[in-house]
Design a protein around this ligand. Structure first.
Ligand SMILES: Nc1nc2c(ncn2[C@@H]2O[C@H](COP(=O)(O)OP(=O)(O)OP(=O)(O)O)[C@@H](O)[C@H]2O)c(=O)[nH]1
Ligand SMILES: [Mg+2]
Length: 228
């Protein structure tokens, strides 16, 4: 049986971490699942919840200090052994019920990389400002890398082990999403997009991304274009 690695970066998500794992457990992908949680030194009680998760199919990595989502994803990828590997945020913005749909182009076709796009069918429930920011960084990638993507910052990214292991990722922060996308494009990987549902949360509900980060990501994209 093939194995699916699910990498979950977590920082202060005590309200949703158990629910996201429950949702992952409930989805049948026809694959064995390996869950890798990387905790960035949570201070809200998430750590204690993770401490009590004694399961063979879940590996929990506790970082000594918070280094950012990118550092957590890179750490998770280092431990992942699955034939197919995907990233899942610990909030409830995107649903694990979409896995069969995201995996199908790889399992039943010849694709190696699938992104779940929040914007393939328009803006959906995304707030206008956030939509514009996401569009701007996606256009930057499309223009600078000759791509035709609609959502580079989606957290629902799925890869064959071969495609993801070839990357040399260095980002520590949210710019990891752009780094993954641009390195895949540089490696001539075809990124296949499927539409996904997205229920955005507010900063009160725990959202950590601020609009300023959009500029940081934009500069990162330009840097990724002109450096190796
Ligand atoms: N380990 C670790 N995880 C983090 C860190 N920052 C954010 N995360 C996790 O990364 C995931 C994404 O963070 P969010 O704040 O939801 O940001 P986002 O989903 O990329 O952005 P929006 O969808 O626009 O809210 C969540 O599961 C967070 O808990 C960090 O510094 N360390
Ligand atoms: Mg989120």
């Amino acid at each position: 049986m093939k194995r699916l690695s699910i990498i979950i970066p977590v920082y202060n998500e005590k309200k949703t971490i158990k629910e996201i794992i429950r949702r992952i457990d409930n989805v049948d992908t026809g694959m064995e699942k390996e869950i890798i949680v990387v905790d960035g030194c949570s201070t809200d009680g998430t750590k204690e919840i993770l401490d009590n998760l004694q399961r063979k199919d879940i590996k929990v990595i506790f970082e000594k200090r918070r280094k950012g989502k990118g550092a957590a994803i890179r750490k998770g990828l280092r431990w992942a052994t699955g034939d197919i590997q995907l990233i899942q945020d610990a909030d409830l913005e995107v649903h694990p019920a979409e896995y069969p749909y995201l995996l199908s182009p790889i399992l039943n076709g010849d694709k190696r990389v699938v992104f779940g796009s929040r914007f393939l069918k328009g803006r959906g429930k995304t707030r206008f400002g956030s939509y514009v920011g996401n569009k701007a960084i996606t256009w930057a990638v499309d223009i600078l890398f000759g791509a035709n993507l609609t959502d580079i910052a989606t957290c629902h990214k799925v890869f064959t082990r071969d495609a993801i292991k070839k990357l040399h990722l260095r980002s520590n922060g949210f710019e990891i999403e752009a780094e993954i996308t641009t390195q895949l494009l540089k490696n001539n990987e075809k990124i296949y997009e499927v539409p996904i549902d997205y229920i955005p949360r507010t900063h009160q509900e725990g959202k950590k991304l601020r609009w300023r980060i959009g500029f940081k990501v934009l500069f990162a994209i330009i840097k990724f274009r002109f450096t190796r």
